[in-house]
Design a protein around this ligand. Structure first.
Ligand code: GLU
Length: 483
């Protein structure tokens, strides 16, 4: 059997972390089985669907490296197919016209509520006679199409993540609407609805496995009945656990970020994010191995190893994974990723000529980054002709004798803007010897004078960076004025 899976987002918002994680599982499964991964845009909800969301979803999946083999297919371009399918169900007697008015449905719900019953359609128009139908039509009533759901049916499937799942037909809310009222008088029924369209598409696209969030379980029960009515093979189903916040509730906008764009802007790498999403519910056979590329995970990915329980979103873990990727990157790789953050911070950069310098900067600060956005604070001390001094740094440069030490260092630099590591170290050694002081004092004073802080990136490397810009001199001259 050829494995064919799909991700079927509705373009009613930006690409959401939950959808992206479902896409990750589908992608991994497809690649594990050498199957195909299909992108289908479920855009039949005209009021809420927007083309910019479709673009966001496509670019988000591409950014994450979740390449699709077929599509994107758009449901709005396939309406005829759904209409034909609805007609088939009507012709076969699996579906019927329901003329209940919104007021009648409301009354029905009220009555059920009063009796403490769950709201459901009471199937009242399932067996209308031809005369009754004509009478409703003559009244000018409009009809929806409902699919018959037998209350006594037990719907059972072997879920590839959750094991055996059983649903009672009576828990599905009565006969299900599969097409709205026609707003076009030419059409005999209106907009086809979600469950119908999904089944028609999954049949037409020969989807072998439907892997999606557990919030779709009740839909699966309804959809199995539709497959049966069409006489089609029912695909395998796998319902993945939801992503939960720290309180154990479904991760939502209230938890800060939920869209993939948010994560991108916060400075997460796509490979770190997919790595993390893979672990959100899946346990690799060797659970000590937590850093892997999508292609590596795909070799080992099976649905049996996806947990049933909800997966708690853990920011610390995501940060840790992101830092693992960042720390392995060379300055050359990092520089393009960090540039937007430096630019956004307004640091003086000449993209044309500064690249080699920025690469060295990236090499220097790379090991201290957790997120790309940390580049702003990690490099703030390295941009500019002068710096402000922290209280500690000020105390350091005001210490007796420090001014002379820094003056001697400045003289040692001379006119050079191409100091080498060896020259810088010699300068420090020389000053230490001349003033007969401890090296630590010289280093601390230099750090205070050059960087304005007593903590920060490697001092020698920082100095070399400043030296190329001539900022070591301007900073020390300024410092001598202050101390
Ligand atoms: N369009 C549905 C959603 O965005 C997905 C349907 C499915 O995967 O079957 O939740």
């Amino acid at each position: 059997m050829t494995v064919r899976v799909r991700i079927a987002p509705s373009p009613t918002g930006n690409l959401h972390i939950g959808t992206a994680r479902t896409a990750v599982f589908n992608w991994l499964f497809a690649h594990h089985c050498q199957g195909q991964f299909i992108l289908r845009v479920e855009d039949t909800d005209k009021e809420r669907s927007r083309s910019e969301y479709t673009e966001n979803i496509k670019s988000g999946l591409a950014w994450l490296g979740l390449t699709w083999d077929e599509g994107p297919f758009f449901q709005t371009q396939r309406l005829d197919l759904y209409r034909q399918a609805i007609q088939t169900l009507l012709d076969k007697g699996f579906a019927y016209r329901c003329y209940s008015t919104p007021e009648e449905l409301e009354q029905m719900r009220e009555a059920q509520k009063a009796k403490n019953q769950a709201p459901r359609y009471d199937n009242r128009h399932r067996h209308l006679t031809e005369e009754q139908r004509q009478a409703f039509e003559a009244e000018g009533r409009k009809s929806v199409i409902r699919f018959i759901i037998d209350d006594d049916r037990e719907i059972v499937w072997q879920d590839l993540i959750r094991g055996k799942v059983t649903w009672r037909g009576s828990d599905l809310g009565g006969d299900m609407v599969i097409a709205r009222v026609a707003d076009d008088p030419q059409q005999s029924f209106g907009q086809p609805l979600y469950n119908l369209a999904v089944v028609v598409d999954d049949m037409d696209m020969k989807i072998s496995h439907v892997i999606r969030g557990e919030d779709h379980i009740a839909n699966t029960a309804k959809q199995i009945l539709l497959y049966e009515a069409f006489g089609a093979t029912v695909p395998d189903f796998a319902h993945s656990p939801l992503i939960l916040n720290q309180e154990g509730r479904k991760l939502s906008k209230r938890d800060g970020v939920t869209s993939i764009d948010d994560f991108r802007q916060m400075g997460f790498l796509p490979q770190a994010l997919t790595n993390y999403m893979t672990l959100l519910g899946w346990t690799p056979p060797d659970s000590t191995e937590e850093i892997f590329a999508l292609t590596e995970a795909a070799q080992q990915f099976t649905l049996e190893r996806v947990n049933k329980a909800g997966a708690k979103f853990d920011w610390d873990k995501l940060d840790w994974i992101n830092s693992q990727y960042l720390h392995k990157m060379s300055g050359e790789e990092l520089v393009d990723l960090l540039l937007p953050y430096w630019q956004q911070a307004g640091y003086p950069i000449d993209i044309g000529s500064d690249r080699p310098w920025l690469e060295q900067m990236a090499t220097l600060i790379g090991p201290s980054l957790t997120r790309l956005s940390d580049a702003t604070k990690e490099s703030v001390l390295l941009f500019g002709e002068t710096v402000d001094y922290s209280e500690e740094a000020m105390a350091q440069i005001k210490q007796e004798g420090v001014k002379d030490i820094l003056k001697a260092v400045l003289e040692g630099i001379g006119e050079s803007s191409q100091l080498t590591e060896g020259e810088v170290k010699d300068n420090i050694k020389q000053v230490t010897k001349t003033f007969k002081v401890k090296k630590g004092l010289v280093m601390r004073s230099l750090r205070a004078g050059l960087m304005g802080e007593l903590h920060g990136p490697d001092l020698i490397q920082s100095w070399l960076l400043l030296n190329q810009k001539g900022w070591d001199k301007t900073r020390l001259i300024h410092c001598l004025d202050v101390c």
